[in-house]
Write a protein that binds this ligand. Structure first.
Ligand SMILES: *Cc1c(COP(=O)(O)O)cnc(C)c1O
Length: 357
């Protein structure tokens, strides 16, 4: 028998989440962001369920080519652009839309010969200081690009640093408007948080990622409670052993948890080598036999221990949900000091994945 851990991906949840995005941004086209192998879900497994999207956005050439060769004929956007002048042959061959964020990329474009002009996304650094041109140079860059026969449509693009928090997007929208207000062409600004919470940023194309997979851009599950988003990934395992502790007994590496009295605990076949966060402390929520309980002690490579006090009927073979429908990934992530983004994209290759409708 295989080790009992597995992940299940719900395609109806994925399609539901794309519909939520459609309703929220009814006048915009949608780039479904599938970078990092679709946030750990696997592009090859899920892209067909999203094929009513207007385009897919990612940043790895291999992922872009996989998507093309699997039959996706629509737009594909390279969010980080091309990494060397050599890449432009593939950009052209596979009809990829590419971000342009640095001056060397203009020189590379100007030096190439293309069959068809390339559509590009001109990246404006509106304040995050990650990728993009300073607002003061955007006009000049746009003019240069516009004069190149290698360049087709130019879309103006920027990215938000704090769309999920009180700080919001206004200061970045202002920077963006000041530098691009006089330039024609479509715009694309909104990530998931802005798609949900800043409709004034939707413009021509929204770029949601995390909400397609049913987790919260802010990390707080309360923030998406009224949206209708549904978790796509469920990570499940089973209890493979039970221990009966007495007062003072310690649990796991370094004995970080100590029983105060008699306590029944379960051992779950899931550890950090499966993608469970190693820094999740004792008290991280976990569902055992449909009952919410908590982890105890240090997460091992292959196992975690859980308190069976709230579920005395649990035994070897009982079902465990690490995250999914009963337990939002955001709650587990919050306990471990991280975000759903990191947990889902860190799902380990050794975990068998099944896809259900
Ligand atoms: C990752 C990414 C997105 C999607 O972000 P989410 O917070 O997952 O919605 C959008 N735009 C760019 C440029 C990105 O890198």
């Amino acid at each position: 028998m295989p080790r009992p851990i597995s992940a299940t991906l719900s395609m109806s949840a994925l399609q539901n989440n794309l519909q939520v995005v459609r309703h929220r941004s009814a006048h915009s086209k949608v780039w479904s962001v599938v970078k990092a192998n679709a946030y750990g879900h696997g592009i090859a497994r899920i892209w067909q369920s999203l094929r009513s999207t207007d385009g897919f956005a990612l940043l790895d050439f291999n992922e872009a080519i996989l998507l093309r060769e699997s039959g996706w004929q629509g737009p594909i956007l390279l969010l980080e652009g091309f990494f060397s002048a050599h890449d432009l042959r593939e950009v052209s061959h596979y009809r990829l839309t590419t971000a342009v964020h640095s001056r060397w990329q203009l020189a590379a474009l100007a030096a190439m010969s293309v069959a068809e002009p390339l559509d590009i996304y001109l990246k404006v650094n509106s304040g995050m200081n990650r990728l993009g041109f300073h607002p003061a140079e955007v006009s000049e860059i746009w003019q240069q690009l516009r004069s190149m026969s290698q360049v087709g449509h130019i879309t103006l693009m920027s990215h938000f640093a704090s769309a999920d928090s009180r700080e919001g997007v206004k200061w970045q929208v202002d920077n963006f408007e000041r530098s691009t207000g006089h330039l024609p062409g479509p715009r694309s600004l909104a990530n998931s948080a802005a798609t949900l919470w800043h409709p004034n940023t939707h413009h021509d194309w929204v770029r949601p990622g995390i909400i397609l997979y049913g987790a919260s851009p802010s990390g707080r599950v309360e923030d998406i409670a009224d949206t209708g988003l549904m978790p796509v990934m469920q990570l499940r395992s089973e209890i493979i052993a039970v221990q009966n502790l007495s007062a003072g007994d310690r649990v796991g590496y370094s004995g970080r948890y100590r029983a105060e009295g008699q306590q029944r605990i379960g051992v779950v076949a899931c550890g950090y080598a499966d993608g469970y966060p190693r820094h999740a402390p004792s008290g991280t929520p976990v569902m055992v036999a449909g009952v919410k309980t908590q982890t105890l002690g240090t997460v091992s490579m292959d196992m975690i221990m859980v308190d069976l006090t709230p579920c005395p009927e649990a035994q070897i073979g009982s079902q465990v949900e690490l995250w999914g429908n009963q337990l939002p990934i955001d709650e587990v992530a919050a306990s471990a000091g991280t975000l759903g983004y990191e947990l889902m994209s860190a799902l380990a290759p050794r975990v068998p994945v099944s896809v259900k409708l």
